[in-house]
Design a protein around this ligand. Sequence first.
Ligand code: GUN
Length: 292
Amino acid sequence: MAATIIRGSEIAQQIREDLKKETARLKARGVVPGLVTILVGQDPASMSYVSAKQKTAYDLGFYSLQDSLPEDIPESLLLERISQYNEDPRIHGILVQLPLPEHISEEKILYAIDPGKDVDGFHPVNVGRLMVGQADFLPCTPAGIQQLLIRSGVRIDGAEVVVVGRSNIVGKPIANMLLQKQEGANATVTVCHTGTRDIGFHTRRADILIVAAGKPRAITADMVKEGAVVIDVGVNRIGVSPEGKAQLCGDVDFEAVRQKAGAITPVPGGVGPMTITMLMVNTLKAARISAG
Ligand code: GUN
């Protein structure tokens, strides 16, 4: 039987409706959630991600600020900018779009953000809190994946979860989140990566397969168990349509795997919209915490 399609765009919309109401309640108390997105340079993919984040923040009624900086900005000036936003009471969330140009240390920049305004959840303080199950800010893509699973009624407790990819942004945090002894987690988690000898051996055991490998259609139907839930985090640009739109595919061979899986996320319209929505969840939370 063909898989159920897990539509992230619809689940994200439901969460955004709740966020709108909560934003209005906070505003009535005199607090307007504020998000600054910092973009260095003019990478087209980064520009489109950042403008989607800004638009969502604006639509929810946030104070939203886009800070576009030149590609050759010295690291010291970017650090100064961050410390200004750290002190700015209108700003509750600071997001520096990655990747940064080579001459700027990503580590230095991310570590300079006040952990209380780190709505990406990348600061080591927040990474550490996640590890011990006490995060204020979960990183947005993993948080979006967890919500997709929970809101689609997927049983995580006791499940065999296999994650393909060990990035700091997706693979490592989602693995950690799902192994916590908490509701919406408590899974047995395996992480596969470029050093794994036989990835298929592991993926075929997965009740829930989460793929963030960065390789177009790397997961084929023979690597998936009948009835598994497949979450595809990949966004690969494989061409341009005659109308000039980027054509995307995931890390999973969608058409073949959907014949075998129990449920699967599409690309686009799966994990992507959830990532942006969880950034808004974090910004609202930061505003709420700061309001006391
Ligand atoms: N670049 C790609 N994904 C992300 C993300 O989740 N946050 C930031 N800041 N940059 C990114």
